[in-house]
Design a protein around this ligand. Structure first.
Ligand SMILES: [Zn+2]
Length: 567
């Protein structure tokens, strides 16, 4: 039988070689492979760009091969030219950023438009700006304590008088002092270092505006995707305690048992599956409302409709052990039952009493449940600590144990990594295990006071640990993803456009979206064979249809292509 040479494969081999730094050598290698295929087929009959080369006798064989090579070379030229032009565009784009990096306003304009992939560390309730919380509270008829800015259930004081202690939140629309008190109390706006620590002010905000979150999940997701679209993000993994405390309440009712398998059985028998079903149902309703609000699926659809959203079930680790276990179990069960939940994360301040005291117990819970649900993804806050915040020993093991015992595939923050035991060994281990660190620069600055040279971002990069920028709580910290990029450029002189691009790609590669990666080798950025050709092929489409992760990665590459053409 005659052998057909797969042109896509040849193109692919050439790209593969290029990725390793070769050019002509790669061309020859591809031709060599094609040649070998021809020899193996004995009678070569090649289809190439619609041209058929018939088989010939032995005398004409060498000439045929030469002709064949020439034709193949012509076929590969566009691929080479395309790769070269893309590399040149990237280089020009990088030079532009370099030229404006000391002019923050020009850098800002550049970075706003830059495609940024995904935000892997985004707490839904922390992503909301205080102005929106005020609107939600007004919708719900809530009142506010004028002194502390804490929301309170109605009834409110009858008048908006300036001396009323419990006015309706709606009074703030006509009372700028009350309005400003709420915004400053519910965010880091106008926070004055020294009067109250950034850490305490930051975490106290959640208790102040919390009451407004109960009926507004759809509005909150809507705000998060609108902001993501404005920042040229295409993917969000939102941390969301989506069960409305159902699991924690069940955990409290069932109580504690030192034998975790027994405790799991009691929870499953006691109604945890009902919490799973109710949570899924609630999310379906909230997402439907959100999409209607954004007019998704209509000609007036907002850009936020294009943002892909998945959820990490957010476990409140400051609660009692039986409640934390019930929540962690819910996270594993939810992610096994509902594909919108791609994993779980443990949240709340790491330095508080319970998270510190029960840290190893929480890792034990994760270790046990990970064995039962090995496919459920885990990302953990770890090392969101700094010298002085906790006793020195508290800084020495959280990141390593989160990786080794907690099975974290990603670490949130990792700020205190150099205080861990054998920090360089840990960095090598994280690089080997391909554990990504979600870097939250603004959050680390305002909560921990860690920034610039004190931040470990460049150390992670030096040791080959994958990193991606994330917003953490953009509403509370009054930031957005564009400003996280701006901060990275401003604070770390060595970070280049290519580094930022790598972080954006990492944010999708290390997302918990299912499916194969677009990259056959993410480190050297080799595209899988099916999608390595110049134009989208049916083979590539089939591959993308089978992988949500590769689909967003493919889209990001397209966005980079468009963005870099401008420079
Ligand atoms: Zn966080």
């Amino acid at each position: 039988m005659p052998t057909k040479v797969d042109l896509t494969r040849l193109v692919w081999e050439e790209k593969e070689h290029e990725a390793r730094g070769g050019r002509n050598g790669g061309l020859l290698k591809s031709q060599g492979n094609a040649f070998r295929q021809g020899i193996q087929a004995d009678v070569p009959q090649v289809l190439c760009g619609g041209v058929t080369i018939p088989s010939s006798n032995r005398e004409g064989f060498v000439e045929q091969i030469a002709r064949w090579i020439a034709i193949l070379s012509l076929g590969l030229l566009p691929v080479l030219a395309d790769a070269q032009s893309k590399a040149a565009a990237e280089e020009r784009t990088a030079r532009y950023l370099q030229s404006v990096r000391s002019q923050p306003l020009l850098a800002l304009a550049f970075l706003r438009e830059m495609p940024k992939g995904g935000d892997l560390h985004n707490h839904l309730s922390g992503s909301i700006y205080a102005e929106s919380w005020i609107d939600f509270a007004v919708d719900d008829g809530l009142c506010v304590d004028r002194t502390t800015a804490v929301l309170i259930a109605p009834p409110c004081d009858a008048s908006c008088d300036k001396f009323s202690s419990k006015p309706a939140v709606s009074c703030a629309y006509g009372d700028h002092i009350l309005y400003n008190t709420m915004i400053d109390g519910w965010s880091m706006r106008n926070w004055i270092p020294g009067e109250e620590s950034g850490h305490d002010h930051f975490f106290a905000t959640f208790d102040k505006f919390g009451l407004a979150s109960h009926n507004h999940t759809a509005d909150m997701i809507g705000e998060a995707v609108r902001q993501a679209a404005a920042d040229h993000l295409q993917f969000l993994e939102l941390m969301h305690t989506a069960d409305g405390a159902g699991a924690a309440q069940l955990g409290a009712k069932i109580g504690w048992d030192d034998e975790l398998p027994k405790l799991r059985e009691k929870l499953l028998a006691g109604g945890l599956k009902d919490v799973v079903a109710a949570t899924s149902k609630m999310l379906t309703a909230d997402e439907g409302k959100m999409r209607a609000g954004l007019k998704c699926g209509t000609p007036e659809a907002e850009p936020g409709c294009e943002v892909t959203v998945r959820y990490l079930y957010q476990v409140l680790r400051g609660l009692a052990p039986e409640q934390v276990f019930a929540q962690i179990l819910l996270g594993f069960e939810l992610a096994s039952a509902d594909p919108r939940f791609v994993g779980l994360n443990l949240v709340m301040p790491e330095d508080w009493y319970v998270p510190m005291h029960d840290f190893r117990l929480h890792m034990k819970m994760l270790n046990y449940l990970h064995e039962i649900y090995p496919r459920v993804h885990i990302s953990l806050h770890a090392g969101e600590l700094a010298m002085g915040l906790v006793p020195p020993d508290g800084l020495t093991f959280h990141i390593r144990e989160s990786v080794e015992r907690g099975h974290a595939e990603r670490i949130g923050h990792g700020v205190d990594v150099m205080n861990e035991r054998d920090p360089l060994g840990l960095l090598r281990e994280m690089a080997d295990r391909n554990v990504l660190v979600e870097i939250c620069l603004t959050s680390n600055d305002v909560i921990l006071g860690v920034n610039g040279d004190g931040h470990p971002l460049p150390v992670y990069m030096k040791y080959g640990v994958p990193v991606a920028l994330a917003t953490d709580d953009e509403g509370v910290s009054r930031s957005d993803m564009t400003h996280e990029y701006l901060r990275a450029v401003g604070d770390f002189g060595l970070i280049t456009y290519q580094d930022l691009k790598r972080m954006a790609r990492n944010s999708l590669e290390h997302s918990f979206l299912p499916g194969a990666s677009l990259w056959s080798d993410a480190k050297s950025l080799r595209v899988v064979g099916a999608c390595a050709g110049l134009k989208p092929s049916t083979m590539c489409q089939k591959f993308l249809d089978g992988s949500e992760r590769a689909t967003v990665e493919w889209k990001l590459e397209g966005e980079f292509g468009k963005f870099e053409k401008r420079y």
